[in-house]
Design a protein around this ligand. Sequence first.
Ligand code: C2E
Ligand code: MG
Ligand code: MG
Ligand code: MG
Length: 267
Amino acid sequence: RAKGAGRDRSAVFDEAMRDEATRILDLEADLRRAINADAFEPHYQPIVRIADGVVLGHEALLRWSHERRGLLAPGEFIGVGEDSGLIEQVDWLLYARVIQDMATAMTEGYVSVNVSPRHFRSADFADRLLGLLSDANVDPARLRIEITEVALFDDAPRALRTLSNLRSHGVLALLDDFGTGFSALSYLHHFPIECLKIDRSFIAGLSTSQPESLAVIRAILALAGTLSIDTIAEGIETEAQRDALVQLGCVNGQGYLFGRPQGRAAT
Ligand code: C2E
Ligand code: MG
Ligand code: MG
Ligand code: MG
């Protein structure tokens, strides 16, 4: 009896594995079709001075307009995109859209785009991005890139070359989700990083008054101050969070309190 039950369980398990494999293959096939159809669009979320809401720039966030499932956020497909390597093609389609928007519409301040670690490591990343900007006649100083710590430390010399190349043309770099990765603080000043984006989880921790979140935010602000690096608090949803951040001396932020990501048509 016990043996039989065991066999049933493993049959159920096999089926679940098969379903998951099928789901990933379907998604990958959909993603390839979407790349051919250029079915991606940027949504823009304001980055503001939190004390008075003045808009400093926007973050471009990837959305996939899926033929059957509607608008998908990266959480639904980025894993498959990264594992299959398709994310690079998706990113280039998105950057082209963003730069087109920058060339044709007035945008306040800068626009930042997200870069997958693996994509950032490709040899021609900086030159290709600069090429897109110059083809569209867009001032590189209006564009910023958001990378994560993994992108830096995996191949530090190459990361340094890429960042220096971009910066010499005016493209500044922001470090995304800061505080969640290695946070190898001693390395930070070796890289030309303009700004640390304090991860949303710590801002969320402020409203549940988690002392660790407060301590991490304080430490990041102190570090950034010492290194003369700017900061942006991510995921500010409530006035209480904003007020606490202002108290802590955090100047810039982003979050639903100030504006959700919106498509061009809606803005
Ligand atoms: P991220 O770069 O850290 O982006 C911030 C995420 O937090 C976005 O999710 C944004 O919609 C969400 N967010 C902003 N304000 C709030 C808030 O107040 N509360 C909450 N709960 N969430 C907020 P999204 O758009 O789903 O993007 C998720 C992640 O996907 C991004 O995290 C980024 O790592 C990645 N991603 C986005 N666009 C691209 C892209 O064009 N290329 C690549 N490679 N990755 C992208
Ligand atoms: Mg980002
Ligand atoms: Mg982030
Ligand atoms: Mg994040």
